[in-house]
Design a protein around this ligand. Sequence first.
Ligand SMILES: Cc1cc2nc3c(=O)[nH]c(=O)nc-3n(C[C@H](O)[C@H](O)[C@H](O)COP(=O)(O)OP(=O)(O)OC[C@H]3O[C@@H](n4cnc5c(N)ncnc54)[C@H](O)[C@@H]3O)c2cc1C
Length: 273
Amino acid sequence: MPVTVKTFQAVGEAASALSSDRGARYLGGGTLVMRDLNEGDVSIVTVIRATDRALQGIDAAGARIRIGAGVTFARVLAERDLGFLHPAARSIGGPAVRNMGTVGGNLFAPAPFGDFTVALLALDGMVSLQGGFGLRDMPLEEFLQSRDRQAGALAVGVSCIRPASTDAFRYRKIARIKPKGGSVITLAAHLPQSGGRVTGARIALGSMAPTAVRAKAAERALEGRPLDAAAISAAAAAAGEGTAPADNSLASAWYRREVVGVHLRRLLSGQES
Ligand SMILES: Cc1cc2nc3c(=O)[nH]c(=O)nc-3n(C[C@H](O)[C@H](O)[C@H](O)COP(=O)(O)OP(=O)(O)OC[C@H]3O[C@@H](n4cnc5c(N)ncnc54)[C@H](O)[C@@H]3O)c2cc1C
């Protein structure tokens, strides 16, 4: 079946084309879309691309940093000001995937993928979406909860907060094959502290549900407490609450539920895995 490729300069035009064609798929770096096409996915009739520079920008100057949806992980890694996101970018695939794969594509990647999005979720991520409704910003958490209904919307970029210190943000991906393997569990934690107590912790988990999710019970267990052994134990015990992991070739749902607390404890304690 022939596939039509349409390239637009402006994101608005690309978004209109995307939202008006049920068989259209946006092409970011293509690491997943091209695989689907090569495997004979006949639901893809049109491939939409946009060359708009708005998709390529990085603004790392302020407390809230912005990254265009078309920015690749290789570019994230080349940006010194985005150092706090380097562990997440580095954990994705091998060099070829990082050279092509984009921040925008990662928002839509199904589990066990979507590692970078886990980091953004812990850092209070927002997504800028262009659709028939115009351009709007949506909290990443809300976007992920309604991702299936976002088909036809074009992600223009993401933003997230810059952690106050290196120690305030922690990221870890548990994989069986290193460095390229899919995620058994991915964890990210933003742990701001005031007066020696955790205030406004955000913990995000990947591969523990169809999309990245927040571990809200674990966050509550840390709130207002020093990051000591007792608080960490309480958070670890609550880590799996509200999650819905799946069985796949990397791990069973049972295994993921069993070990998520162990890995959260290690992350919060600053231990090597
Ligand atoms: C060998 C291999 C290893 C991988 N390893 C990892 C890994 O370790 N961790 C990980 O997270 N991922 C991994 N991936 C998956 C993938 O490479 C990444 O998730 C990547 O970020 C996807 O981005 P992309 O630009 O290539 O997406 P594409 O393939 O271009 O698109 C993926 C989906 O997102 C949609 N999309 C893309 N950009 C936009 C946009 N701006 N607006 C709206 N929709 C959009 C597409 O329509 C499509 O549905 C791997 C893939 C391969 C092939």
